[in-house]
Design a protein around this ligand. Structure first.
Ligand code: SF4
Length: 414
């Protein structure tokens, strides 16, 4: 009586023409979920690049009596994008195999009560780091672990608590260190710390940093994690660096302080953003800046201010997103109340999909926002000062890799 735990393959839908640059992340939640059942197998259709027919061929010799599909990636927003694919797969498998198939789009188990991640359930060699995460290194092998679930904050556009069915809770630091040791033992040192917000100055995070530093792997590790402008300080950054954290991703969101403070909990000024970016670099950690275009108060000049701040900060990498309104978030209820026509399908939620449906602001159409976002990407990554810095920091060939990334014409999808 074997249960197959299946991750759908939505790579092409979610990432379109840039699928080859995006990471292939190990399905940690699915793997831990499978560990709650004694006779179970994990099939990651994305990592194995399987279509439904390929999945059937893989399942045939296994004697599967039940299938479980977890419609999520490592980030909860992925469950919105994967919901359609999961339901379609459920219908397909139910008809083809006449077995019960269950779809979950929230975590139906407690990951903090499940021990370490059993990497032997996955083909770990199939996972690939983001292009930026592996700059300056010789390999793309990729792993992931986590030190907490949910988040201590509550931003309007965010749906993480809905996904975890839980407030912020922290994991035993010894388990985090064991996961990382197990990955390093398999030659995997590019690692994502999956926490919605890892870099918070609290005793639990310090304990995780201490446990990771005690592994002695610090200089080999290339960990990336999420931080906030208002949750870091020099002491914490030094501890993170000693623990092997090489990249921190900050949600800077907007360059217009009025727009940012209307949309994001935890107010911070542009001056503070500049200080924290400098402080992070001083600690020997690269900065990934996450910016969003299309907040309700955004107009063309506030979006130009966002792009201008990104250019001034010159983060080693930036993500430029359109604001996306996820079910379960306060923003979703607000936009519904404003009568905005919101995305429905997974494709409409996927930022790189030809069917992505950007939402309007009080001043701009959704299409205006999307056009600005796409143009901003080219303006940022083609900047000669940025390319020179990247060549200096990550070595020869990095600028060429970035130019090749920019040459992908994501706009031709429309
Ligand atoms: S800090 Fe990040 S994870 Fe936490 S609520 Fe805000 S957006 Fe969501």
């Amino acid at each position: 009586m074997t249960t197959a735990f299946i991750k759908p393959n939505t790579k092409a839908v979610q990432y379109g023409r840039v699928a080859g640059l995006s990471a292939i992340e190990p399905p940690v939640w699915l793997t831990l979920f499978s560990q709650t059942e004694p006779d179970s197998r994990v099939i990651d259709m994305e990592a194995e690049d399987l279509d439904p027919a390929g999945l059937l061929a893989r399942l045939a010799p296994m004697g599967i009596s039940r299938a479980v599909i977890l419609a999520t990636g490592s980030h909860p927003s992925a469950h919105v994008q994967q919901a359609d694919a999961a339901q379609a797969l459920k219908t397909f498998l139910g008809a083809a195999l006449a077995i019960p198939v269950e779809v979950f789009d929230r975590l139906p188990f407690d990951p903090l009560a499940t021990g370490t991640i059993d990497w032997d359930r996955l083909s770990v060699e199939k996972y690939r780091a983001h292009n930026w995460h592996a700059w300056g290194r010789n390999d793309h092998a990729y792993g992931a672990t986590f030190a907490s679930v949910s988040c201590p904050f509550g931003c309007d556009f965010c749906c993480v608590k809905d996904f975890y069915h839980s407030g912020y809770r922290q994991r035993d630091p010894a388990l985090v260190a064991m996961d990382v040791r197990a990955l390093a033992g398999r030659g995997i040192t590019n690692i994502k710390m999956m926490d919605e917000l890892f870099a918070v100055d609290n005793p639990g995070v310090h304990a995780v940093c201490d446990a990771l530093a005690a592994t002695g792997l610090g200089e080999r590790l290339n960990i990336w994690a999420y931080a906030r402008i208002d949750t870091v300080n020099p002491v914490l950054l030094a501890k993170l660096r000693a623990a092997g954290v090489r990249w921190l991703a900050y949600g800077i969101e907007s360059g217009d302080e009025r727009v940012r403070s209307a949309a994001v909990k935890g107010k911070f000024s542009n001056a503070r953003v500049r200080e924290v970016v400098a402080m992070t670099r001083d600690a020997g950690i690269h900065v990934l800046g996450n910016f969003m275009f299309g907040f309700w108060d955004d107009d063309r000049s506030s979006m130009e201010a966002t792009l201008s701040l990104a250019g001034d900060l010159m983060c080693e990498y930036v993500n430029f997103y359109c604001v996306t309104v996820y079910p379960g978030s306060k923003l979703y209820a607000d936009m519904k109340a404003r009568g905005v026509d919101l995305p429905v399908s997974g494709e409409e939620y996927a930022q790189m999909s030809p069917r992505f449906k950007p939402v309007p602001t009080a001043h701009l159409s959704g299409e205006d926002v999307l056009r600005f976002r796409d143009a901003a990407f080219g303006r940022y990554f083609n900047d000669a000062r940025y390319l020179a810095m990247m060549e200096r920091v990550f070595g020869a060939g990095t600028a060429a890799a970035i130019r090749a990334m920019c040459a992908i014409d994501i706009r031709s999808r429309r």
